[in-house]
Design a protein around this ligand. Structure first.
Ligand code: CA
Length: 515
């Protein structure tokens, strides 16, 4: 931005790349920070009732909070593949935990070709090594919270400390050492707050004795809903393992016996409160499980918030504030006890919605919000637009940039298409596809031939399935038609309807240590 004032840049139409303005405008840097499984219910600027995230709030208040950005397949590996390719799962070959084919077109490759310095740090979880990055350093598979190993093209290295701090440390180091003659595109991806939700020592203590308010539908009896929500095994009360609940194994257990002990879902738990031993069962145990889950999850989030703050401080201190687009998102949302569940997968709001906060002083009015329906296919086109690059025709999203500038195009989408495939997966979740409009949601569990429909204005917590309600029949019929149309538009012809993971990205051993 050396040769053009901020005022005139703001007034420009948004195709200011090399072709329209030549070398006059410095293309913005892009810092994309993403966590794993961070729900908007645990971010205070989204109205959290359970925690405070001052640094994420600072990002929102100095930029924009987008309230309707949705994952098109709410699970880790598929969402990451969609973000990189700008394509739905059925177009990028990653409907379940398939290994990502890094030979295909990605936004990283296109930005690299356009002269950006490209870097990827942290959780990758795509089963193959990153392509299109000048620098990459990633966790193998899920990685671990404490003393994590990361690897790059030269081999692996184990770092002493807590994963969230280490990933931010490496990200900042990479930015310090980047070539200064190019704009950068960095993906800085945290493991946190993914299961098994291990907080740092500092934040474990912070939430240890706190009582976290329960969501109103923690004890949802699932009446009136389909078999899917009744058959799932992602229930806080029923399905949390001893490992999830951080219970201490008896001394002497090792190997398969220890693993079996840790994977058991306890129906009673010994606790010690104020020096008094007590065996918890029934409702008392249920209450305790929810608290345990939330204390750990929120502790993980607190470290994320701190480290987002550190990265913002570093950018600000190094003169990079004005011309760096900083985005905070998560690969999908998560259930924090809503409908009695943890995990994601379902098309219900808490799982479907991705946090999306963006700061860009040169292009976004501080404190703005948007309810435009966005999807994770839009991220790649957005990054390309920022870089002044054309968006390839086979990408299935569109740039957020006009929305950020307060000029939502008239023909912006009014509905989004969703499809989840991994059935039974790890939580016996039924496969489904569906549509979400501004007002309604229609979900089809195709292996069951069962439907759910919600009015999100009258029933924001999706407790009343109106699919069979005689008064809703006109709406249901219209939504069915719209869903069929959208499915066709995104070219989903059921090619992966029965997909099961073959070459799984789930477990990955790190390569040998660096010499
Ligand atoms: Ca995830």
């Amino acid at each position: 931005m050396e040769s053009i004032s901020r005022r005139s840049l703001l007034a420009l139409p948004f195709a200011y790349g090399a072709s329209s303005l030549g070398a006059q405008v410095k293309r913005p840097n892009i810092l994309y920070i993403m966590t794993d499984d961070h729900a908007t219910q645990a971010i205070s600027c989204y109205g959290s009732k359970i925690n405070q995230t001052p640094h994420l709030d600072r990002l929102a208040s100095s930029g924009m909070r987008m309230d309707r950005v949705f994952a098109t397949n709410s699970i880790c590996t598929p969402s990451r593949a969609t973000i990189l390719t700008g394509k739905y799962s059925h177009m990028n070959g990653v409907p379940v935990f398939n290994r990502f084919d890094g030979g295909q077109q990605t936004v990283a490759k296109l930005l690299q070709q356009a002269g950006y310095y490209t870097a990827m740090v942290g959780k990758w979880h795509l089963g193959s090594n990153p392509t299109g990055f000048d620098y990459w350093n990633i966790l193998p598979g899920q990685g671990v919270y404490n003393n994590p190993t990361l690897y790059d093209k030269d081999g692996s290295e184990t770092h002493k400390g807590y994963a969230t701090d280490i990933i931010a440390d490496i990200s900042i180091d990479v930015l310090k050492n980047r070539p200064k003659d190019k704009p950068f595109f960095m993906m800085s991806h945290h493991k946190a707050p993914h299961r098994e939700w291990t907080p740092s020592e500092k934040y474990r203590k912070m939430f240890e004795n706190k009582r976290i308010p329960e969501p109103a539908n923690l004890r949802d009896d699932h009446a009136g809903r389909t078999d899917a929500i009744k058959e799932q095994r992602q229930s806080v009360f029923r399905d949390m393992t001893r490992n999830d609940l951080k219970l201490k194994p008896p001394p002497g257990l090792a190997g398969p016996e220890l693993r079996k002990w840790l994977q058991t879902k306890p129906t009673e738990v010994e606790t010690e409160i104020d020096g008094v031993k007590k065996t918890l069962t029934g409702k008392e145990l249920e209450d305790w499980k929810y608290q345990r889950y939330m204390q750990d999850y929120l502790g993980c989030v607190q470290s994320v918030d701190d480290n987002v703050g550190r990265m913002l401080d570093w950018l600000d201190a190094n003169g990079l504030k004005d011309n760096t687009v900083v985005i905070y998102s998560s690969d999908q949302g998560f259930f924090l006890g809503e409908h009695g569940m943890y995990d994601k997968r379902f098309m219900y709001e808490e799982s479907l919605r991705m946090p999306f906060l963006v700061r860009w002083p040169a292009g976004i009015k501080p404190g703005s919000t948007s309810t435009a329906i966005g999807i994770n296919c839009d991220f790649a086109p957005t990054f390309l637009d920022l870089a002044g690059q054309p968006v390839p025709k086979d990408m299935q999203g569109r740039s957020f940039v006009p929305v950020w500038k307060g000029n939502k195009p008239r023909d912006w989408r009014t509905a989004m298409y969703y499809r989840y495939y991994h059935d039974p997966g790890d939580h016996n979740t039924r496969a489904h596809y569906g549509i979400r409009t501004d007002r309604h949601k229609l979900i089809y569990f195709w292996k069951k031939d069962q439907w759910e429909c919600y009015d999100l204005v009258a029933d924001p917590h999706e407790m009343r399935n109106i699919y069979d309600d005689p008064k809703a029949q006109k709406t249901v019929a219209a939504l069915k038609q719209q869903l069929a149309q959208l499915k066709k538009e995104v070219k989903d012809d059921d090619q992966f309807a029965n997909e099961q993971p073959k070459e799984s990205s789930y477990v990955q051993a790190p390569p040998p240590k660096k010499r």
